[in-house]
Design a protein around this ligand. Structure first.
Ligand SMILES: C[S@@+](CC[C@H](N)C(=O)[O-])C[C@H]1O[C@@H](n2cnc3c(N)ncnc32)[C@H](O)[C@@H]1O
Length: 205
């Protein structure tokens, strides 16, 4: 079973397979609802997308000044091929030095990222995000979430995720509280076609 799981995880690291899998489970609809209900971006905003993957979120954003960071070179190259001139795509870990000289961002997104990070890594990354955000700006995150009220099927599906640090809503909120005292945390059970629970954090600077 462990071999099957690691084989499936390796297959998902191929950008085209990852996008196909996402479309089957309803990721496009999920992103559209997430943007509409929680992000509410405005044209012209400066947007930093941490853990941007293939930058699929760009299909749901108005004309913004977009910068995406991801540690996967394959995903970042796929983002460049698909979205070329619509943004900058950087294959690198985001550090406090990465953004030196950059004007502040109106919006920072971390979609599906926090559950890949251990607590200390997540707290550090959230601190970097906080430093990158303009006074009026926001960080909005979306991650799979464990919840005592979710179905056994949702729990099983979420436990299969490649991210090894899926948390409860409260645990995600606690991570954010180190850098963002004003955080709105919400559970969503309706974003994908399959049984699934998401945590959304809206963090104000
Ligand atoms: C579940 S994917 C989400 C991708 C994209 N945000 C989306 O919505 O499709 C998580 C992404 O986080 C990236 N990642 C994991 N750890 C990271 C880190 N420390 N810094 C930047 N990216 C990271 C992975 O390479 C992967 O592309």
């Amino acid at each position: 079973m462990a071999q099957v799981t690691s084989g499936l995880r390796a297959i998902l690291s191929i950008p085209a397979i990852y996008e196909l899998f996402e479309n089957v489970v309803g990721a496009r609809r999920c992103r559209a609802a997430f943007i509409r209900d929680h992000v509410r971006p405005e044209a012209g905003e400066r947007v930093l997308d941490v853990g941007c993957g293939t930058a699929a979120i760009l299909a749901h954003l108005p004309e913004v000044d977009y910068c995406g960071y991801d540690i996967s070179k394959d995903y970042v190259e796929a983002a460049g091929r698909r979205f070329g001139g619509r943004g900058r795509f950087v294959a690198s870990l985001l550090t406090e030095h990465s953004l030196a000289g950059e004007p502040p961002f109106d919006l920072v997104l971390a979609i599906g990222l926090l559950h890949h990070l251990a607590d200390d890594e997540a707290v550090q990354l959230l601190g970097i995000c906080r430093a990158a955000i303009a006074q009026h700006g926001r960080l909005v995150t979306l991650d799979p979430c464990f919840d005592s009220a979710q179905s056994a099927i949702a729990r099983r599906i979420i436990a299969f995720d490649r991210g090894q640090n899926v948390r409860t809503l409260d645990a995600y909120r606690r991570l954010a509280s180190h850098s963002f005292p004003r955080t709105r945390a919400q559970l969503r059970n309706d974003l994908l076609r399959i049984p699934y629970t998401h945590a959304v954090l809206e963090c104000r600077a």
